[in-house]
Design a protein around this ligand. Sequence first.
Ligand SMILES: *Cc1c(COP(=O)(O)O)cnc(C)c1O
Length: 237
Amino acid sequence: MMEKLSVNIFEENYSRIKEEIALAAEKSGKAAEDIILLAATKTVDADVINHAIKSGIEYIGENRVQELKAKNDFYLPVHKHFIGHLQTNKVKDVIDKVELIQSVDSVKLANEISRLAENRGKVMDILLEINIGNEESKSGFCEEEALDAVYEISSLKGVKIKGLMAIPPICEDEKILRGYFYKMHKLFVDIGAKKIDNSSMDILSMGMSEDFSQAIEEGANLVRIGTALFGRRNYNI
Ligand SMILES: *Cc1c(COP(=O)(O)O)cnc(C)c1O
């Protein structure tokens, strides 16, 4: 059954967010079309997501393997990314279901993705997740490791690095927050300038419900938005 309330919330939020993205894009010298809006779909029913797809959402991101497995067969055609922490023993559950894995946070994980992709005769697009705030609680490559990681992972035949992803620390101070986004953008540009074989810095994925405008202004070209699109999550699901 379609949840009317969620759908109405979505419609209102979607048009407002599109306007905010266009405004932020303009401030950073980009066009609205240069920014990918990826709907973060955790805990949201497949029905509601399908409505969002019909309304124009072209990219969705799942962050839990179990949820992806449960909902995947119900989705209308859409670009699907995996955005959550992925254990190496779960790669087999996502590799045939998504077109890009944003959350590659170790060389070990990249190796396993590459191995399984090669078995299937394909190449998996990936982003490297950067722990830009050096937080203990978060996984990802630290800023200083990023370049070496790109060199090492780009030698794998079954993956292609398409860019970087980050979830900066939660912080109240907008200046500090922008500082993290700025550092990510600089890393993205610096690594891109090296023109490393089998890698390209096309996608800079950062910015969520609370901070996507700032992220775009600092250089993001893919934002991952959940709550601001679908309303507060129901964790009882
Ligand atoms: C849930 C999630 C988002 C979206 O977060 P909101 O604050 O709900 O917009 C973005 N990225 C990842 C990796 C997520 O898990």
